[in-house]
Design a protein around this ligand. Structure first.
Ligand code: PSU
Ligand code: MN
Length: 309
């Protein structure tokens, strides 16, 4: 009896030593509206398979920490009323109470590490919110990256965050922020943020090599790979900036606090762009899943053993 439950597909991949990619579930329950959320979740899982790895969508269902969901479980979760949003702080309480919740980047990393899954794909990570000097709103995703050894592939961070401060916190925490295939840090809907990323790598193989070197050095903590959105789906910053300003202003006016902030902003931006943000969001998550599968495949070549010192 282990603390987590593997889906049949993930159990089979594990037994065969095949590459696995973890996927989060808060993006399904709190990041996108039904039914696009289910279509996205299925599509992203298929992308991972098409690129030679096995998808493991992670969530807590009736208290069970599930590593990999069946299609029926995925469908239930996508329309579950009031699923909790689980970060590091919430995971154990949800499980101990037998409840259902979706995992954020932080909680998905914890679960992936428990199940010995090294690579994880998502859309955007949480970070330092604008106005954090007043609100102290800094996502637990950042400190998770500092302590849990999983490579996380994202499309950068949304401009709902203060990207400069987010980079500073990640630097302080010793998290490698690696732009993929370009110098600039990607900014989710836009390929460029106007900020140069601290690090750059140009192939899945080199990301895998860096992950393996951290393991060799016994360095705890993850790597953050920031993969730019495909060109055809990019939304220019000039288009998004006023929308983000408006969404942030609305959040302040409505006195939204704590873990409700990010879902509120995502929902407002969806409304304000009349769904355009969602099309871009789906394209970039798929792109990240495809890269993550390639990284997992390359990492698999190193084997599971920690190299001797
Ligand atoms: N950013 C996005 N889409 C998302 C999230 C963040 O662009 O779906 C979700 C992720 O699950 C992330 C979480 O881990 O929000 C961060 O929430 P908070 O800011 O409350 O830590
Ligand atoms: Mn927060």
């Amino acid at each position: 009896m282990t603390v987590f439950t593997l889906s049949p597909e993930v159990a089979k991949a594990k037994a065969a030593g095949q590459p696995i990619v973890a996927l989060e579930s808060t993006i399904i329950t709190h990041g996108m509206p039904w039914p696009d959320n289910l279509d996205m979740a299925r599509q992203v899982e298929q992308d991972v398979r098409d690129y030679g790895a096995t998808p493991a969508t992670i969530a807590v269902l009736d208290g069970a920490l599930c590593i990999g969901l069946t299609d029926a479980q995925l469908k239930d979760l996508a329309q579950y009323p009031d699923a909790s949003k689980l970060s590091r702080a919430d995971l154990a309480v949800c499980m101990s109470q037998g409840k259902t919740g979706a995992t954020t980047v932080a909680a998905t990393m914890i679960a992936a590490a428990l199940a010995d899954i090294d690579v994880f794909a998502t859309g955007g990570i949480g970070g330092v919110h604008r106005g954090a000097d007043q609100t102290f709103d800094i996502s637990a995703d950042l400190s998770e990256l500092a302590q849990t050894s999983v490579t996380v592939v994202c499309a950068g961070a949304k401009a709902i965050l203060d990207l400069q401060k987010t980079l500073e916190v990640l630097e302080t925490q010793g998290v490698p922020v690696i732009a993929y295939g370009q110098d600039d840090l990607p900014a989710f809907w836009s390929r460029d943020s106007g900020l140069v990323a601290p690090l750059r790598l140009d192939s899945a193989k080199s990301v895998a090599r860096a992950h393996h070197m951290r393991r060799t050095l016994r360095l705890p903590g993850g790597q953050l790979v920031a993969n730019p959105i495909p060109v055809d789906f990019e939304i220019p910053r000039e288009t998004m900036d006023p929308v983000i300003e408006q969404a942030n202003a609305d959040a302040t006016a409505a006195n939204i606090k704590g873990k409700a902030v990010t879902p509120f902003l995502l929902g407002r931006i969806f409304e304000l762009t009349e769904g355009r943000s969602l099309i871009a969001n789906i394209a970039l998550v798929r792109n990240n899943a495809q890269l993550a599968a390639q990284i997992a495949y390359e990492l698999g070549k190193f084997g599971k053993e920690t190299p001797p010192l």
